[in-house]
Design a protein. Structure first.
Length: 369
């Protein structure tokens, strides 16, 4: 992996991530394909929409179909028919999201499988082994995603465990002779405590990671707290590394995070909301199931050039969603992903022209979440 910064406008950065499987333009949004699929989309449709990288999940793919099945296909790229880069989360987020079904100590985490009740044990070494089998282009260390709210003692304990696991993940990644082009990212934890976050960052910088991620946000904290952590932490992060903000994904959140120097984003929001009838437009959210759209012959967004908006009305999409037709979710997903990829394109262009603040201010003022 190679990362180049092409331009910087205040703290916002325009860059490129180079992999043998393809070029990624940053800031970038990565659609989530937890089980080896971005829901409702084919790989060719993702390419047509502008996707350059997708995200998979180590824990869920380990649970099903299982490492052995994916190994038969010689990796996740072949299994899902996607030949561009893939980033895989390590399973650390599931420690938080499945906390009622986990047991954790400094050696490992155990999950009660939601599929058959089996005990699933995950260690840093196992997480690296599975990601190696998947053939991920960007692999993440195993970490503990700190819950919110957490006391400082709880956050520190979680952070110390995460740094131990980062060392073990780092050693295992290199011992497994991963593909030369694969990258390993460290993950900064520490809850809402800036001193813990900065301490963890310094610890991670002692290892030669290819990039750094900020984890443990978007777990229920107020936006003001999140932005305080993000703003302070991003300024401390080393410039040559790509910076990944995990799981943050509203359009306004992305624009604000780019303004402090974040390069990479992922979130289930655009696809999940599409399936629930929540549509992103240039002026804010449209809840397409509302009765006021029953006879609305306009497209979802007058300013959108996606396939859905060029061919179908709000009335038709509402009809499909209210009848639970699969096509409704597909057309809404096409639109929402196009909106996100086009937002990233506009962000990159504004940074290139040194006009990001002007773009960001106008977008945030006009956009109603």
């Amino acid at each position: 992996m190679k990362f180049n910064i092409l331009n910087q406008d205040a703290f916002a950065r325009l860059g490129e991530l180079h992999f043998s499987r393809g070029l990624i333009h940053t800031p970038v949004f990565m659609p989530v394909g937890t089980y080896g699929t971005v829901k409702a989309m084919t790989p060719n449709e993702l390419l047509d929409l502008g996707a350059e990288i997708v995200l998979g999940n180590t824990y869920h793919l380990m649970e099903r179909p299982g490492e052995d099945v994916i190994s038969l296909h010689k990796g996740l790229h072949n299994f899902m028919g996607w030949q561009k880069p893939i980033l895989t989360d390590s399973g650390g987020f599931q420690i938080w999201s499945l906390s009622k079904k986990t047991k954790i100590n400094d050696d490992f985490v155990e999950f009660d499988s939601s599929i058959n009740g089996d005990i699933i044990r995950l260690t840093p070494e196992k997480a690296m082994q599975i990601q190696g089998t998947l053939g991920s282009d960007i692999q993440m260390v195993l970490d503990e995603c700190t819950h919110y709210p957490a006391t400082k003692k709880e956050a520190e304990s979680s952070m110390l465990r995460s740094i131990k696991w980062a060392h073990r993940s780092f050693d295992a990644f290199h011992e497994l002779n991963q593909e030369k082009d694969s990258a390993l990212f460290g993950i900064i934890q520490g809850g809402m405590f800036l001193d813990l976050r900065k301490e963890n960052l310094q610890q991670l910088m002692d290892l030669s990671f290819d990039g750094l991620a900020i984890g443990g946000l978007s777990v229920g904290e107020p936006e003001e707290e999140r932005m305080d952590v993000l703003d302070s932490l991003a300024k401390e992060m080393p410039k040559p590394f790509p910076r990944y903000l995990m799981g943050i994904g509203t359009p306004v959140d992305i624009v604000k995070a780019v303004s402090v120097g974040i390069d990479m984003f992922d979130c289930v929001i655009p696809t999940r909301h599409a399936r629930n009838g929540q549509i992103y437009t240039s002026v804010g959210m449209v809840r397409i199931k509302n009765s006021k759209y029953q006879k609305d012959t306009n497209p979802l967004d007058d300013n959108c050039l996606c396939y859905t908006c060029q061919n179908f009305s709000r009335s038709y999409i509402r009809h499909l969603k209210n009848c639970n037709e699969i096509l409704g979710s597909r057309l809404a997903t096409i639109h929402n992903l196009f909106f996100y990829f086009d937002l990233m394109r506009q962000i990159r262009e504004s940074i290139r022209k040194n006009e990001f603040k002007k773009f960001a201010d106008a977008f945030i003022q006009s956009y109603q979440q």
